[in-house]
Design a protein around this ligand. Structure first.
Ligand code: PMP
Length: 287
């Protein structure tokens, strides 16, 4: 059955949602996005995603096409119209469609931003079997641009990274720069050593994950020790456990890094506990 999607102020069937060939999202990847998870028909950490969207727009000097209160309403309306119990809401804003292709930004007065939202129905998202088996990771060089703190739609290298992982019989790739892991292709990366949770510190080098912020907060509240610093693949291979976080995978254990097994190749107790706490607490505050 066709989804109801949202495009520039209107709800419509997905077949009717059309964007110009001159849209800068299409021509130049001049756009930003967010993915918000729906559990029990409610939005997880909506405010975090809305605030990060505003920041991405501001960093790129892109006009916001919608007020934040209206954005919440659109999310809720899409959940309702598409009957989503567990799934995702994808949102994208681009610098719009000027009359022609040009590197120079168009005047926002004449060229409004394009905004698109659509749902992805994912029954069983929170009960993913992968959380029980864990993921196998390869490491590759981080060849993305230097403003990874902005959530842009330039996802070609992360996409290539996932293909490289697949070709190697693995699930995902961790990106390495100057000998240290930045993050996963679409998630933040963590290791656990002697009970301490270690994850890269925030900077322009990584996306400031909304799930990362929540998980670190819950970990500290549970009296777990957290260290925000860079780590190498070698350190990760010698860790007790490893995991990744993202809005769509929550906390997902990593059991193998470049062929080296962690914890005998089975998910460890700390990652499992963090996943449990994250899901429980997020459900409580979902709106
Ligand atoms: N890093 C990258 C590169 C990502 O693409 C994502 C998810 N889009 C994340 C981290 C995780 O961010 P969040 O927890 O906000 O989904």
């Amino acid at each position: 059955m066709s989804r109801t999607v949202y495009l520039n102020g209107d709800y419509m069937p997905e077949e009717d949602a059309k964007v110009s060939i001159f849209d800068r999202g299409f021509l130049m990847a001049d756009g930003v996005y967010e993915v918000t998870t729906v559990l029990d028909g409610k939005l997880i950490d909506f405010t975090g995603h809305a605030v990060r969207l505003q920041r991405s727009l501001k960093e790129l000097d892109m006009a916001s096409p919608i007020e934040m209160e209206d954005l919440l309403e659109v999310h809720r309306e899409l959940v309702k119209r598409n009957n989503i119990d567990e799934g995702l809401i994808y949102l994208q804003v681009t610098r719009g469609a000027p009359a022609d292709r040009d590197f120079v930004f168009p005047d926002p007065e004449k060229t409004p931003s394009t905004i698109v939202l659509f749902t992805q129905n994912k029954p069983g998202l929170a009960n993913s079997p992968a959380a029980k088996t864990g993921m196998k990771i390869i490491s590759i060089e981080d060849q993305r641009w230097a403003r990874r703190d902005i959530k842009t739609v330039q996802l070609l290298f992360p996409s290539m990274g996932k293909m490289m992982a697949k070709a190697a019989g693995c699930d995902d790739a961790w990106l390495v720069e100057d000998g240290h892991v930045t993050e996963g292709t679409s998630n933040n990366a963590y290791i656990i050593k002697d009970g301490k949770i270690i994850t890269r510190n925030l900077s322009n080098d990584i996306l400031h994950g909304i799930t990362r912020a929540a998980v670190l907060r819950f970990a500290r509240e549970a009296q777990m020790e957290v260290e925000e610093r860079a780590f190498s693949i070698e350190e990760a291979q010698n860790a007790d456990e490893a995991f990744v976080t993202s809005a769509s995978t929550f906390v997902m254990p990593v059991v193998e890094i470049d062929g080296a097994k962690l914890g005998g190749g089975r998910p460890g107790p700390v990652a499992a506990r963090l996943r449990e706490i994250y899901l429980e607490e997020s459900r409580k505050t979902a709106i």
